[in-house]
Every structure is written in C-alpha cells, then in structure tokens.
Design a protein around this ligand. Structure first.
Ligand SMILES: [Zn+2]
Length: 142
C-alpha cells in the first residue's frame, strides 16, 4: 500500500513532468487546414473543362472566432509547416488538460495532507441539504 506521502510525491512528479513538457511546446495555432480548388469562371480557362481539378490547391486555415468561421489563406509552401503547427496545438490542448488534472489531484492530496481530519466527503441528501462531512477513515460527523 502506498502511503499518502508516496501518493503526494508521485502526484508532484506527474505535475512537474507535465509542466516541463508544457514549456517545450513549439509553434502552434488553432484551426483546421483545408485544401480547396476553385474555378475562376472564365469560359476559356482550363478550369472550365469537365474533369479539370480547377485552380489550386489553395490552403485555408479555418477556425471559429466568436461563433463565426474565419479563414486564412495559407501559401502552399507553408501547408506542411501549418499542418505541424495545428497538430502542435492539439498536443498542447491535450497536455494542458492532463496538466490541470494532475494539478487538481495534487491540490487534493496536499489538502488532505494539510489536515488528516479534513473531511473530504460530503453527503448530499436528496432534498439538497448537505448533512455534513464524513471522514473516510474515522467516521467523524456520521
Ligand atoms: Zn480558371
């Protein structure tokens, strides 16, 4: 059985590792990179022919800003780089989610280490009243 000190140390290590990984995050940007082809509408242009893929590809980085979809044209030469930056953003999101979870775990462990009598379980009655705290091991308040 790991002691509560072991658990605290373990949680601290996990939090510290995630914090370190967060400092090593590279260039990132939110959005989705979409490949588009388009037709210019000139009847003499090759894009007017059937089966022609049209002009492009053009790369657009789209994202939601305040409920609206905003698109940025990305030069074809930067499409690969932008793909990496978008993937890095996803990695950052996942890392920060894990970091918050690990931090929360650590805070809880620190709290119970602070005062072993601190009651960490609350009983909620169906009428919405909190009966009071029940300590897991000593049963105080029961
Ligand atoms: Zn055309």
């Amino acid at each position: 059985m790991p002691t509560s000190d072991d658990r605290l140390e373990q949680a601290q290590r996990e939090r510290d590792q995630l914090r370190l990984r967060l400092t090593q995050v590279g260039d990132l940007r939110p959005g989705s990179l979409l490949e588009r082809h388009c037709r210019c509408g000139k009847p003499a242009c090759h894009c007017a022919r059937e089966g022609d893929p049209g002009h492009g590809p053009y790369w657009y980085l789209t994202r939601e800003v305040g409920g609206k979809t905003v698109s940025h044209l990305i030069p074809a030469s930067a499409a690969e780089l932008t793909t990496q930056q978008v993937a890095e953003y996803q990695r950052f999101r996942e890392l920060s989610r894990q970091f918050v979870e690990a931090s929360e775990r650590l805070c809880e462990l620190k709290l119970s280490a602070l005062d072993r009598k601190f009651c960490d379980v609350f009983v909620n009655r169906s009428d919405g009243l909190t009966l009071g705290a029940v300590h897991r091991s000593c049963g105080a308040g029961r």
